[in-house]
Design a protein around this ligand. Structure first.
Ligand code: HPA
Length: 270
């Protein structure tokens, strides 16, 4: 893996991805932040050596280097998911690359279902903790221990200072920002009613198919990370309406300007 990390980092540095300060991972259907970016370079994932190639067509799949709110950032437009057939090393490889390129902080967004029924479709949730239901860890692979202690402390996986800033920004901007626990599942099928009941019982406020692997690796790398979920559907097991991916994407897009505002204001402060 070390060889791959070096080659990919070198490739991107040659492409001009020099000294970025911030890494940003944009979730499914969440690309509007890019309207605020002065793009300097962009490379399709399938041109980047050792990067997994994007398969699901609504993930555009580009790595972007540019300026946003005065900060130099590397931005993933679309991420990799386990449900596309990648493994946890593939899914988290870009986080390791961002760190090697020099990013000091990581901002993550995703679309998620609301398990906590006080939260509504279109609301935002700051992730303050998570439950890993993926059945694996990106640190449980041969060779990863060569990259640092794998017994990573997860007592506070989301950066407190950036999280507090986001809460403050949300208050000032009149954005309703919940806080809660995100559970990650493999997918790609959505959950059954029984699974939603189970998720509620174990303490999840939201459920999605991403983010946790990247956050585990960010912690492995001691890279401060914050994450915000856009809640795209209400997972009420007693009144469960069929959801489809188009609805999820449409809701994500409607709620997205609030998330863009939060991230832009945070970028001004960090
Ligand atoms: N379950 C899992 N992932 C999701 C959901 C959901 O209800 N909504 C958006 N992503």
């Amino acid at each position: 893996m070390m060889k791959y990390l070096k080659e990919t980092t070198h490739y991107l540095q040659e492409k001009g991805f020099k000294n970025p300060e911030i890494g940003i991972i944009l979730g499914t259907g969440l690309g509007q932040l890019l309207e605020q970016v002065d793009i300097i370079h962009e490379v399709s994932y399938n041109h980047i050596p050792h990067f997994p190639t994007a398969t699901v067509e609504f993930h555009k799949g580009k790595l972007i280097y540019g300026k946003i709110e005065g900060k130099t950032a590397v931005i993933m437009q679309g991420r990799f998911h386990l449900y596309e057939g990648y493994d946890l090393l593939d899914v988290t490889f870009p986080v390791r690359i961002m760190k090697r390129l020099g990013v000091k902080k990581l901002l993550v967004s995703n679309a998620a279902g609301a398990i906590n029924l006080n939260f509504k479709k279109g609301d935002l949730m700051l992730i303050d903790d998570h439950i890993n239901l993926l059945g694996g860890s990106p640190l449980a692979y041969k060779g990863v221990s060569k990259l640092g202690n794998i017994f990573v402390d997860m007592s506070c996986p989301y950066d407190k200072s950036m999280s507090d800033s986001l809460i403050e920004i949300a208050n000032k901007q009149n954005i309703n920002l919940h806080q809660g626990v995100y559970a990650s599942v493999l997918g790609p099928q959505l959950e059954t009613r029984a699974e939603y009941r189970y998720l509620k019982t174990i303490g999840a406020d939201a459920v999605g198919m991403s983010t946790v692997p990247e956050v585990i690796v960010a912690n492995h790398l001691q890279l401060p990370v914050v994450a915000v979920s856009v809640l795209t559907d209400e997972c009420d097991p007693d009144n469960l309406e069929p959801v489809n991916v188009e609805d999820i994407l449409a809701t994500a897009q409607q709620a997205e300007p609030k998330m863009v505002k939060l991230f832009c204001e945070l970028l001004k402060q960090i």
